[in-house]
Ligand binder design. Structure first.
Ligand code: COA
Length: 160
C-alpha cells in the first residue's frame, strides 16, 4: 500500500487544504491527514475540533484517515508505515521553508520523500490565520472553508 501523510495544524482546515487532500487521494492508496499542534503557534481550535472538521470535510473521500501526532513527523510516518509526506506549495515564498523541512526530514529518515503539490491558483492567498482573522472580525468566511463545517466554525469563532 502506498501511504502518504499530509501534516499540518489545520486550525481550521480551509478549501486550500481540501484541494491538496483531494488531489493527493487520487495519487496514493491512503492519505493520512496528520494533525498536530505546531509549538510555534497558539491554536484557536482544539485538536479534536480540528480533526472533526477535517473528517466532516472529507467524508466523501474513501481513502482518507485523520490522525493526531506529537513529536517528529518522520516518527509518525514510521508508525503509520508511510513513505511520503505531501505538502502544498502556494507561492515561491513557501518554498524556502518547505525545502528546508524536506531536507531535514530526509536527513532524519532517508527513506522518506516529500512530494509538493502546487496549490490551485484560486487558493494561493489562503491560510488558516486569514480565515481566523476574517471570522473573528465578523467577515464572511464561506468561500474559504468547506460548507460542511461553515456553521460550526462560525459558531466557535463567535464564542471567542
Ligand atoms: N491551503 C491553505 N493554507 C495552506 C496551504 C494550502 N494548500 N498550505 C499551507 N497552508 C497554510 C497553513 O494553514 C498554515 O497557515 P497558518 O500559519 O495561518 O496556520 C501555513 O500555511 C503553514 O502551513 P504548514 O507549513 O503546513 O504549517 P503547520 O503549522 O500547519 O504544520 C508541520 C507544520 C506540521 C508540517 C511541521 O511543523 C512539522 O512537521 N512538525 C513536526 C515536528 C518535526 O518533525 N519537526 C522537524 C521537521 S523540520
Amino acid at each position: 500500500m502506498n501511504v502518504a501523510v499530509y501534516p499540518g495544524s489545520f486550525d481550521p482546515i480551509t478549501n486550500g487544504h481540501l484541494d491538496i487532500i483531494r488531489r493527493a487521494a487520487k495519487l496514493y492508496d491512503k492519505v493520512i491527514v496528520g494533525v498536530l499542534t505546531n509549538s510555534a503557534k497558539q491554536p484557536m481550535f482544539s485538536k479534536s475540533q480540528r480533526a472533526d472538521f477535517i473528517r466532516k470535510s472529507t467524508a466523501d473521500i474513501d481513502n482518507i484517515e485523520v490522525s493526531f501526532f506529537d513529536g517528529l513527523l518522520v516518527d509518525f510516518l514510521k508508525r503509520e508505515n508511510a513513505k511520503v509526506i505531501v505538502k502544498g506549495l502556494r507561492a515561491t515564498s513557501d518554498f524556502e521553508y518547505e525545502f528546508q523541512m524536506a531536507l531535514v526530514n530526509k536527513q532524519l529518515c532517508p527513506d522518506v520523500e516529500t512530494v509538493f503539490l502546487s496549490s490551485s491558483e484560486r487558493f494561493t492567498y489562503l491560510s488558516s490565520s486569514i480565515v481566523r482573522e476574517i471570522g473573528k472580525l465578523g467577515g464572511d468566511i464561506s468561500v474559504f472553508v468547506p460548507p460542511e463545517i461553515l456553521d460550526e466554525v462560525n459558531a466557535a469563532m463567535c464564542k471567542e
